[in-house]
Design a protein around this ligand. Structure first.
Ligand SMILES: CC(C)(COP(=O)(O)OP(=O)(O)OC[C@H]1O[C@@H](n2cnc3c(N)ncnc32)[C@H](O)[C@@H]1OP(=O)(O)O)[C@@H](O)C(=O)NCCC(=O)NCCS
Length: 254
């Protein structure tokens, strides 16, 4: 994983099991990424404990999934968000209330909190990133050998497509997934959903190994405002990317 020494990135893999017993405050430059898998909640009582954390709205959404596999992932993902938030504040996991912005991004509405989060779930893994006062975006994708040419064609910039084209056969799959997850993480941090023109900006890795953003009008934002992380989960089956807007959300005007 890349190291950005000005932030402390904690990755937790078993929060659902240990619950929020070790409550502690988040530090201003600390980011927590918690991960969980449906396989961790196969026992009936663990599943019903998680179910009791969800709101009526979440339970309604969960019930609309046709397959048990998808219901379980949704349960774990939304339980994980609540448990992770409660790890950092004296609030019971079931007490959090959320609303979505007009593009679907969930945000905490009650109780008032400085925590902001991003959730991603797919292919047997749920992950949730939490930070104070900053916009954050997280994406997980399944690592597969397939290159989804239509994804690159529609959503990658010309520069990214050219870099993919010139990458060695060995490096191409990894680069594709890095672009995909980083772009998606950035999109989620911006909270603008599919209205966001993903092919209008590029991700590129600097000589120092850090991922950076290259964007021009109409998206232009100071690229140095953003920090990115990209890594492969220890299961070797998922690629994760994290995007952080370093501008304080509460002081920001643009
Ligand atoms: C929702 C979206 C932001 C991401 O969807 P996704 O990658 O399929 O799914 P993920 O599991 O990573 O994220 C889903 C979660 O993101 C959150 N989310 C929803 N809308 C969001 C938004 N506008 N901004 C930030 N987060 C959002 C929700 O918590 C959602 O979980 P929930 O539905 O259980 O509440 C949506 O923009 C999307 O479908 N993007 C796909 C764009 C694409 O095709 N990219 C190609 C590769 S570059």
């Amino acid at each position: 994983m890349e190291s950005n020494s000005d932030y402390k990135l904690e990755i937790i893999d078993d929060l659902i099991r240990q619950s929020a017993r070790d409550r502690r405050r988040l530090a201003p430059n600390e980011i927590v990424v918690a991960m969980a898998r449906p396989a961790e909640v196969v026992e009936f009582d663990r599943r019903s404990t998680l179910m009791a954390l969800l709101s009526d709205d979440e339970i309604g959404r969960l019930k609309r999934f046709r397959f048990e596999r998808d219901r379980d992932l949704f349960l774990v993902a939304h339980g994980l968000v609540r448990i992770t938030l409660s790890r950092h504040e004296n609030v019971e996991p079931q007490a959090w209330r959320f609303r979505t912005n007009s593009y679907g991004r969930p945000e905490i509405v009650e109780p008032r909190s400085r925590q902001r989060f991003s959730l991603s779930h797919g292919h047997g893994l749920a992950a949730c990133a939490v930070v104070l006062d900053r916009d954050i975006g997280l994406d997980v994708e399944c690592i597969s050998k397939d290159l989804h040419a239509e994804v690159a064609e529609r959503f990658f910039s010309e520069q990214e497509r050219s870099n993919l084209h010139h990458a060695s056969a060995n490096a191409r799959g990894r680069l594709f997934l890095e672009y995909w997850t980083l772009k998606e993480a950035y999109l989620k941090a911006r909270g603008l959903g599919l209205s966001f023109p993903l092919n209008q900006f590029s991700m590129h890795a600097g000589a120092d190994g850090r991922w950076r953003l290259a964007s021009g009008p109409p998206l232009y934002q100071d690229p140095e405002r953003w920090r990115f992380w990209s890594w492969c989960v220890a299961d070797d089956q998922h690629q994760v990317a994290l995007a952080l807007d370093q501008a304080d959300f509460t002081e920001r005007t643009a």
